[in-house]
Write a protein that binds this ligand. Sequence first.
Ligand code: PLP
Length: 352
Amino acid sequence: MARYTGLINKYREYLPVTDKTPVITLNEGNTPLIKADNLARAIGRDDLEIYLKYEGSNPTGSFKDRGMTMAVTKAVEEGSNAIICASTGNTSAAAAAYGAKAGVKCYVLIPDGYIALGKLSQAMMYGAKVIAISGNFDQALDAVKEISTNYPVTLVNSLNPYRIEGQKTGAFEIIEALEDAPDYHFIPVGNAGNITAYWKGYKEWHNLGKCSKLPKMMGIQAEGSAAIVKKQVIKNPQTIATAIRIGNPASWEKAEAARDESKGTIDMVSDEKIIEAYNLLASTEGILAEPASCATVAGIIKLKDTLKQNAKLVCILTGNGLKDPDSAIKYAKSPVEKTTSELKDIVKLLNF
Ligand SMILES: *Cc1c(COP(=O)(O)O)cnc(C)c1O
């Protein structure tokens, strides 16, 4: 069997590519689906089968690589030699990496002061031109939309339909791993591209008879930027989960359609609950995911009494926790303790 060479090669018959398409890949996708029995027990629902899809193991550390391999591949196929995006961080890291691999110019606009350190360092190292604007993500997105309409540069935000095509492969991997769709699919919602993509992927394979059912789509927003839940644009969105700090989701209607068609829900969780879930996930399962990803775990905790007995849940952990070391150090329940180099002093701190 051929070794794994990225999601376009693996799923090409379900994607808008031909044999001539110049595939730009970093071998993204094929991420682990990890059974989380400790977490199920810790939240008092050990009847649940919880599976964590660890998207942090993608090449740039987030699910954005799934969409970016497609978007950059198609941009190159169509003759573009520059890409641009607005980003809360992970999109810029992915765009910059795939742009480097493809040998095209990459421009990224970020909200100054609101992106995690790891993400910024990635975009800089991959050689993108990084421009920090004195505004929020929504303003950055408006600017890049305008620029890509008027200048020779391809927009690679999730408004780019090829992003959604690449991201839908996450649903295929889940169906293959579980040999069916789960009962519930928990996912964080920022711009709502990913919930849109997973729903599309599940529906496509359901239509092909590759799964017997469709999951309820359970979208989770952060309370301070919960535009869809509150049914209003949030002018000044706030949350520690910077990847979903978005006040006017680009795929708002599609997220509502996924919710309604699947009879799921879109709910919200507070930053305090996100931090609790962030610590719980890491300390019970050994998985460090960034705060935005942990909104889903907080969502499971919030909604646990509404989930049916013995249900199968998939929870998308969208990004690697190492992206945001500042949050980890600030919110960790186990701080570093200091002492002398004397053995007796060290032993005093070990609670045997
Ligand atoms: C981009 C991102 C999200 C939000 O995804 P949307 O498609 O914008 O809803 C959530 N978590 C992480 C880590 C992200 O990078």
